[in-house]
Ligand binder design. Sequence first.
Ligand SMILES: Cc1ncc(COP(=O)(O)O)c(C=O)c1O
Length: 399
Amino acid sequence: MTIISRKMTTATAGASLVRKMFEEGARLRASLGPDKVFDFSIGNPDLPPPPVFQKTLARLVAEARPGAHGYMPNSGWPEVRAKVAAHLNRTEGAGLKNPFTADQVIMTVGAAGALNIILKAILDPGDEVVTPRPYFMEYNYYADNHGAAIVPAEPGPAFRLNLESIAEKIGPKTRAVLINSPHNPTGVIYRAEELAALGRLLTSAGQRHGRPIFLVSDEPYRKLAYDGLKVPSVFAAYPYSVIGTSFSKDMSVPGERIGYAAINPDLPDHQSLFNAMALANRILGFVNAPSLMQLALADLLEESVDIGLYEQRRNILADGLAGLGYQLTRPEGAFYLFPRSPLANDDDFVNLLKEENILTVPGRGFSLPGYFRICYCLPPDMIKNSLPGFARALAKAKG
Ligand SMILES: Cc1ncc(COP(=O)(O)O)c(C=O)c1O
């Protein structure tokens, strides 16, 4: 007889495919040597944080400012939130009636913490959250944490938003639509026109069902955009919008668990949503985001790792695989590529790649079988050296 809950019995049995691959990678590296294993499985940034991050931390530690390691408001240090609000006014304030203030910003334990406080604040048991496939599978758990469920919508051509499918999936139980741009696993960046059309759809669907539908935007990859693209803001597209983001990917500090949630200042009654999210931060057990990290990142809001290095890797991998005959949508951001599996069964193809010591994740791990995900958090030489293995696996698949 199991001593754990039924829910966690099911959850642990289906433990994430990405994690499984990560563990497989560690095992292979130990037996074959690190340069023989091409571990494209997990989105763990390999670039070091920019040197200014360590310098800022060292300065803060040396300052030993009174109270710096103490409790604070559950939403985070007010001066940190004010700096984030000023940053949002600079970068995403265009087209809004009201400016961001510290009262629309809550510091969180990464983007995951941000999404959980947002969902805790808006979801009742039985509610539904519509999200386009493919999607980051942790969303299933995040919705379930608050008694709600994810309802997947189908992707459009080249993984763009499929408004028809989203409209079809929206019903009386829909409380939110959850999007992610730049997108894991496809690297797609939604355009301003797509977001505006989604905003119009949600406005009319909310009116029809008698309650607003929130647009929750998961944006930890916002700064990872290529080809000169700028990630359009959801705020101007729709007033009932909330973002969750983090410094995990653009500053290479995922282990430090620091991010924030921001509420659209044009959202009617944004104060009650802020209060609910701040309380959620406390009662979900986060209490508040790590103090020193809040203070450090508040001074580094315009900083990031060299995004050009990821773009260079994107080019090597996307050009290399397309040249070999893989079918893929060229990623516009983030650090993932989501090619079509040359075999109908993506698990089988991922296994063929594994025979070449190339670790990837099957599309079913993102609720879209028939594809596989490659995370290019690897040095350019490793990516180049993996291409012959990709070629051999494709040749075997074509038999
Ligand atoms: C789409 C997406 N959302 C959220 C997260 C969680 O980010 P964080 O580590 O900042 O909580 C990840 C991490 O990989 C992600 O890929």
